[in-house]
Design a protein around this ligand. Structure first.
Ligand code: G6P
Length: 485
């Protein structure tokens, strides 16, 4: 039994089956992993358990062989149910709604096939709720992560009213115009699922406000917000299911802007293998300036318009030709989805076009890597003169926080106004409308031209803002606030 439980689709470890039939274990990095380690090492936390899904065949095999990491429980959900829930609903519908990614003339379509997939999403959420209910001590704290598990808080509340439940959304939240596209009963189920939590966390007050207004829309009949106070944080928001006089519950809606652990990240970025990669990259770049971006090949990251802006920079400001290199990492993501495969191919094609148009015998304008190569990314961070972070919409974007912390000589940050990180970093970043390619090209020019002194000063302040709420603190704050309820 555990007194602190964490639930997320992707867990801290993954397994693959080697040719000889043995299992290879890979530990993931990132904020969640280091944050949870902090929770488990905190004496008073008691037993902790991380519940996650088996994502692929290797993970399923590990579950079947009973190979469990201590403190981790992987759920072997039937593969079809899992695929429908993860690809069919979480990544194709909820992700698209929260990031406003639909091409409206064709999508979204809510038909019978959608309803079947939604049934899988329900089953997948229920599997989590049941596993958590079974493993939680009396009064335990449960921290549920992200849009994959939006129904878990409500389901878990019904199974175990004694638990203290938090849910954190790492994405933006859909504006009301998007929320209204969803069939009313489905949207209500989603919101009601979320409202099972005692606390709903978002990266910025903006996403919290979007949740509040989409949850109190006049189209919502089943879930009534009894009180919708103005301003953030929204403490003690009263709600009740259905219009009748039923019991009211309260939920806090708060912004907790996740940051990075500066010491950890710098230590990672100064390991010998990163030094080696840095030396190799430096040899490729020569004494030219660098514009660095690192993303998953993710539709919302706006990699194509970033490349277009770079092309426009080289056209409008030919003085930068042969004096700058764009280091772009676009590592594979969600390649089961056709739109992601097409997008990745377009990114590769556009980078090749730019190289063909401007490249010379000894200058390749874009160095694109489409591999999941964290060592290269860290080396590129250290080399960054300019960081380009231009998502069309993003919950936070930790890359915008990581590059200023790690860059060796300080970097100028070109940052989208639609990233959650904009809220904290805007004063020292050069901010852009991510749809405005010309503005982005000019921002790159300004960033490349920024005097060294100003760049160093800004980088210092960006790094301070980026590390204001490191993962450990972010986690412990949530635990504390839930325990004090
Ligand atoms: C976003 C989501 C995470 C997710 C990550 C990678 O950051 O908020 O929940 O884990 O993307 O996506 P994937 O589908 O590969 O887990």
């Amino acid at each position: 039994m555990a007194s602190v439980l964490l639930a997320s689709n992707r867990g801290p470890v993954s397994y693959s089956v080697r040719d000889d039939g043995t299992l290879d274990t890979r530990r993931g990095g990132g904020g969640l992993v280091s944050g949870l380690s902090a929770v488990s090492s905190q004496g008073s936390a008691g037993e902790t358990l991380w519940v996650c899904a088996a994502l692929g065949d290797g993970d399923r095999e590990a579950v079947r062989r009973g190979v469990a990491e201590p403190g981790v429980r992987m759920l072997d959900i039937d593969p079809e149910t899992y695929a429908d829930a993860y690809n069919g609903i979480a990544n194709s519908v909820l992700w698209f709604l929260h990031h406003h990614l639909y091409e409206i003339p064709r999508e979204p379509v809510f038909d019978a096939a959608f309803r079947r997939r939604w049934e899988s999403y329900r089953r997948y959420n229920r599997a989590f709720a049941e596993a958590l209910a079974e493993a939680a001590d009396d009064g335990a704290v449960v921290l549920v992560q992200d849009y994959h598990l939006a129904l878990v808080p409500g389901m878990l509340r019904e199974l175990r009213p004694d638990l203290r439940i938090g849910h954190f959304t790492h994405t933006p939240w859909a504006d009301s115009a998007y929320a209204r596209m969803v069939p009313r009963d489905i949207w209500e189920e989603l919101v009601w699922g979320m409202l099972g939590a005692d606390e709903l966390g978002f990266h910025t007050p903006l996403w919290g406000a979007a949740f509040m207004s989409s949850a109190s829309m006049d189209t919502m009949s089943g879930t009534a917000m009894a009180s919708f106070p103005a301003g953030s944080p929204w403490r003690g928001v009263e709600h009740r299911r259905g219009p009748g006089p039923g019991p009211k519950r309260t939920t806090d809606v708060v912004a907790r802007p996740l940051g990075v652990d500066g010491d950890d990240l710098r230590a990672l970025a100064h390991r010998p293998e990163v030094d080696d990669r840095l030396a190799r990259l430096r040899a490729e770049v020569g004494d030219r300036r660098t514009i660095v971006r690192v993303d998953r090949t993710e539709l919302s990251k706006n990699i194509l318009r970033g490349l277009m802006a770079y092309r426009e920079l080289l056209t409008a400001h030919p003085e930068w030709r042969d004096r700058v290199v764009h280091l772009a990492s676009a590592y594979p993501s969600r390649q089961d989805l056709e739109s992601y495969r097409t997008y990745t191919a377009s990114v590769v094609a556009l980078a090749e076009e730019i190289n063909a148009e401007f490249g010379t015998a000894d200058w390749q304008p874009v160095l694109l890597s489409v591999e999941d190569d964290f060592t290269r990314s860290l080396a590129a961070y250290r080399l960054a003169d300019v960081a380009l972070v231009n998502p069309v919409r993003d919950g936070m974007n930790l890359v915008a926080k990581e590059i200023p912390v790690v860059s060796d000589a300080g970097c100028a940050l070109v940052l989208s106004r639609e990233a959650g990180a904009y809220e904290e970093l805007r004063e020292d970043a050069i901010t852009v409308n991510p749809f405005d390619v010309t503005e982005t090209a000019e921002a790159l020019h300004r960033a490349l031209s920024m005097p060294a002194g100003e760049r160093a000063e800004r980088t210092k302040r960006l790094a301070a803002a980026a590390t204001a709420l490191p993962p450990q603190r972010w986690f412990l704050d949530q635990l504390e606030s839930l325990r004090n309820r």
